[in-house]
Design a protein around this ligand. Sequence first.
Ligand SMILES: [Zn+2]
Length: 332
Amino acid sequence: MSDIAPASDFFDGLLTQIRHDASEFLVITVSRCGRYAPSPTGPLHLGNARTALLAWLQARLANARFVLRMEDMDRPRCVPGSTVQIIDELRWMGLEWDEGPDCGGPHGPYLQSQRDQLYIAAYEHLSAAGALYPCSCSRKDIAIASAPHQKTTVYPGTCRQRPLLESRPPSWRFRVDDRTVSYCDAIHGDLSQSLANEAGDFVIRRADNVFSYHLAVVVDDALMGVSDVVRGDDLIESTPCQIALGQALGFATPTYWHVPMMYDGDQRMAKRDGSHSIAQWRQRGNSPGQMVGYLAASLGLVTMGADLSAAELLSDFDLESLQRCLRAQIGN
Ligand SMILES: [Zn+2]
């Protein structure tokens, strides 16, 4: 390790390069980039497919680059062969991308499991800035110390001031400021969250040295030049933490499009039960057009029973009309 530059220098170098690239882009054209970032934990279900379709539509309507990235940090949950299957399923739907694990590109690698050097660099950058501290609390410690009325567990900051316990390896937490993060979501409008009261200091690096989803997603989106994040609205709650983290790393905040999740009755769709998977749809002999039509109709973009390609759907919309339809879906 000693023959390479310290990670924080490497990171500063990357930031300088990104800012340089960004200013070049600004001169030439307004550069936008969207992405779809599934976890290869099994075949895609219809809810995943719908979010992928929307992310692709948004990017193409914005004349943006579109990136496919695999979020495979949580290795035990990953299913072998899943990445190949997901790529095949997205292509079957008629989606295409400019950069991804199958076609490469200038911002790779496109598998999170191969991007550890970048996460280490970001971690060391934060650590050098005094933004992190070690935490040796167990889940049980945190549950006991948390305010009982809160619906999600907010870490009470137990280890902020205390010396590190030697008994177990620590996780590393990001010290949040006592401030409210506000942003304007393209679908939900103005949203805000008090970091200290509603989020708490969050884990960046787990005790087993795996980097958290927060860190990986923020670093990847920034280093891949992603300007527009289209993803399921189950991630609204974690967005302010990611904005704060991005700010601490010197990144620009992307525009968020938190799109409605798809439900099976009153249940969120899950990969593990295998129902409503694209694979199952294909096995039943449905065409890509039927699937695109069904997914678009479920959002009121077309009438139910429509059979159209992703490219045809694209030609029916502009960015504003897509945004209007999605806002109407959530009554906004
Ligand atoms: Zn702790």
